[in-house]
Design a protein around this ligand. Structure first.
Ligand code: FAD
Length: 281
């Protein structure tokens, strides 16, 4: 079942998926799966895959960028995060040369501040402007303030609900409050003139964004909807048909397990589907 959510094991699998998606008018962001590496060599190997991806995106003229996790780039390996900073800085330099973009994914709340600090530092380099962005999670209480700081500096944001298990001290425990905050934050983002990503499969969130854009007369190409590979393909296609920009997050690689488990946890129906298929086989 993991192949429903993961494009394959190799770079070539991911590029093939991106090409096929592009044929449907959808851009992609490529994610080499992996997180919380334990040695510098592992972090560098993870980065090497991204350098190869950036070369391939440029060589094939793909409408694609990359998404990276800082714990995969060695964030846990030194308290100053110097290793991750240097590795991601090289990736952003490469993205600038390739004319594309590095999105730094957001992980659990113990990493929020360090991730924001690192992205702000990278974005402060004038050549990097427009080539590095971040993710903000609507379940965190702090997110409106973080968006104000980041957009004030011109940093592009992907807004998502948030996929990690967080305590009520830092995150809204109730889905209805996360949803209400997602809508507020979507409006906050759309009020800036930056190009942001609204990442959700929730039709109510999509409808709220569309409505806000309509009433405020915001150009529908001023932002993009983002969805995960294999999730709500019908909605992805419908949005493209309506003239919205859509980007799909294409994960690949051998380390699919934690990613896959988060996707199962999001939707009980996925667990049922998996159980039925296991019983059949
Ligand atoms: P939900 O309320 O969870 O779901 C709404 C509806 O969407 C469901 O009823 C169902 O119809 C459909 N749906 C949602 N998930 C699934 C699924 N797994 N399988 C099938 N149907 C589903 N989280 C982070 O914490 N950090 C990140 O950096 C990050 N990056 C992301 C990038 C993209 C492009 C996307 C789309 C999501 C990302 N996420 C990230 C995950 C996100 O935080 C949510 O966990 C996930 O998107 C589910 O939330 P939802 O907005 O789709 O709404």
């Amino acid at each position: 079942m993991s192949s429903r959510f993961v494009a394959g094991m190799t770079i070539e699998d991911a590029l093939r998926a991106a090409e096929s998606i592009q044929g449907q008018g959808i851009a992609s962001t490529l994610d080499s799966l992996g997180e919380n590496v334990t040695t510098p060599a592992e972090a560098q190997r993870s980065a090497d895959i991204y350098h190869r991806l950036l070369d391939a995106i440029q060589a094939r003229g793909l409408k694609a960028n990359v998404s990276v996790k800082l714990t995969q780039m060695g964030m846990d390996l030194d308290p100053e995060h110097s290793l991750a900073r240097s590795i991601v800085s090289d990736l952003v330099d490469h993205a600038v040369a390739a004319g594309t973009f590095v999105r730094v994914d957001m992980e659990g709340s113990e990493y929020t501040q360090a991730t924001i600090d690192l992205v702000r530092a990278l974005h402060a380099k004038p050549e990097n402007r427009g080539h590095v962005g971040i993710v903000i999670q609507a379940y965190l209480y702090r997110s409106a303030q973080d968006i104000a700081t980041l957009t004030g500096e011109g940093i592009r944001i992907r807004l998502c609900k948030g996929a990690y298990k967080e305590p009520p001290a830092v995150a809204f425990p109730e889905k209805k409050d996360v949803d209400a905050n997602f809508i507020r934050l979507t409006e906050q983002l759309l009020d800036t003139s930056l190009y942001h990503g609204i990442a959700t499969h929730d039709e109510a969130m999509v409808a709220a964004a569309k409505e806000y854009v309509r009433t405020k007369n915001i150009d529908r190409h001023q932002f993009e909807f983002q969805m995960l590979y294999g999730v709500r393909r019908d909605l992805q296609r419908a949005l493209v048909a309506e003239g919205y920009n859509v980007r799909v997050y294409v994960p690949f690689g051998a380390e699919w397990y934690p990613y896959f488990m988060r996707r199962l946890a999001e939707r009980p129906a996925n667990v049922l589907f998996l159980a039925k298929n296991m019983l059949r086989s």
